[in-house]
Structures are given as structure tokens and as C-alpha cells.
Design a protein around this ligand. Structure first.
Ligand SMILES: Nc1nc2c(ncn2[C@@H]2O[C@H](COP(=O)(O)OP(=O)(O)OP(=O)(O)O)[C@@H](O)[C@H]2O)c(=O)[nH]1
Ligand SMILES: [Mg+2]
Length: 189
């Protein structure tokens, strides 16, 4: 019988969360944009101030409710509440930001509940320039933290790439834990 899943899309301000939900959703995204009052952090004109919402039906008929979590730090209380009821999270990190490795570590700390459940996939946006070495550096961050989470370079505007992230997450949630596995459930090559 088809079931419903809640999946969060999280990451720093301006990383591409609303864009990613728009790329995936089969309904018009319910957007909650307002004028950005934190121009020092990010020069974008508007920012998400409550949850963005989109929906997608998977091949087997399961419905995914996608919630875009506002990226500004002042919403951190909301992040902590939401992760309790989510099946998993797509965490986006902007490779062109000032300190993207610290951003990754910070979000993995805040969403520790989901990480403990191995229910997180990471998408690195605006990469490209640094190529394989750039991706390897993120794997280094995860290794040092003892967290083997799937990580992909993505363009949040690309529905196919975002679908790969989502499918990976759903497959991880469906898979039984590996016997004796302390961390992670494998990652793509
Ligand atoms: N080059 C590039 N641009 C992107 C990508 N994803 C989003 N953008 C652009 O970046 C800008 C910000 O994207 P948003 O989707 O609003 O970012 P957000 O994470 O929802 O931002 P907040 O809600 O303010 O936290 C938009 O102009 C997008 O078109 C990406 O993967 N690559
Ligand atoms: Mg947004």
C-alpha cells in the first residue's frame, strides 16, 4: 500500500533549497519568500521565512512530502523540531561559499538525529571548478567525523540530479541495516 514520507531539504542560506524543491515537485511549490533582511550573509533579494512545500509521487506510488527548511540560523529551533518526524533529509552545501566544509559540519551537528539514523544525503551545489579534488575534500570531512553518508555534486535546478539524491535517500530508508554496521549503509562510487 502506498505510504507517505516527509523529506527535509536543508542547507545554508541561498544554497538552492527552494530551487531543488521546485525542480522535483509535481505541484506548484508553496513558497514562503520574504524580503531578505540579512544581506550581510547573502546578497539575495528574498529568502524563505517558513517552510517551502512540494510533493512528488515515487514509482511505487509512495508520496513524498518535501519540506524546505528556512536557511537562516535564526530558524534553528525549527530545524530541531522537524527532523523528529522526517524520514530523511537532503542536505545541500554551496561549494562556492566562504567555508563550505564548516557549513557541512554545522548542519550535520544540528541534524544529529537524522545522521544517527543514516537518513541524510548530501548534495554539493556550485561545485565544478575544483572537480574530483573538491568532492574528495568533503569525503574527508565525513571520514574525520566517522560519517559515511552519500555525497553527490548536483545542480539544484536539475530535476534528474535532484531525483538521484531523493531516490538514494528513500532506498537508504527502506534498506535494513547492514549486520554489524556502525556507520552508514554504503555510498555510491
Ligand atoms: N549555479 C547554481 N545556481 C543555483 C543552484 N541552485 C540554486 N541556484 C540559484 O541560487 C539562487 C538561490 O536559490 P534558492 O533556491 O532561493 O536558495 P535557498 O536555499 O532556498 O535560499 P534561502 O531560502 O534564502 O535559504 C537562485 O537564483 C537559484 O536560481 C545550483 O545548483 N547552481
Ligand atoms: Mg528558500
Amino acid at each position: 500500500m502506498p505510504v507517505e514520507h516527509v523529506i527535509l531539504v536543508a542547507g545554508p542560506m541561498g544554497v538552492g533549497k527552494t530551487t531543488a524543491i521546485g525542480a522535483l515537485s509535481e505541484i506548484p511549490v508553496v513558497r514562503t519568500e520574504a524580503t531578505n533582511t540579512d544581506l550581510a550573509r547573502n546578497a539575495k533579494a528574498t529568502t524563505t521565512v517558513a517552510l517551502d512545500y512540494g510533493e512528488i509521487t515515487l514509482d511505487g506510488g509512495d508520496k513524498v512530502r518535501l519540506y524546505g527548511v528556512p536557511g537562516q540560523e535564526r530558524f534553528e529551533f525549527m530545524w530541531r523540531i522537524l527532523q523528529k518526524r522526517a524520514l530523511g533529509m537532503m542536505l545541500l552545501v554551496d561549494d562556492s561559499a566562504a567555508s563550505p566544509h564548516d557549513d557541512l559540519a554545522h548542519f550535520l551537528d544540528v541534524f544529529a538525529d537524522l545522521c544517527r539514523r543514516d537518513a541524510v544525503v548530501i548534495g554539493v551545489t556550485r561545485g565544478g571548478a575544483r572537480g574530483v579534488a573538491g568532492v574528495e575534500a568533503y569525503h574527508g570531512v565525513l571520514r574525520r567525523r566517522g560519517q559515511m553518508l552519500p555525497l553527490f555534486e548536483v545542480d539544484a535546478r536539475d530535476a534528474g540530479q535532484m531525483m538521484l539524491l531523493l531516490s538514494t535517500l528513500v532506498a537508504m530508508a527502506d534498506a535494513p541495516p547492514l549486520p554489524g554496521a556502525a556507520v552508514g549503509r554504503g555510498r555510491p562510487a
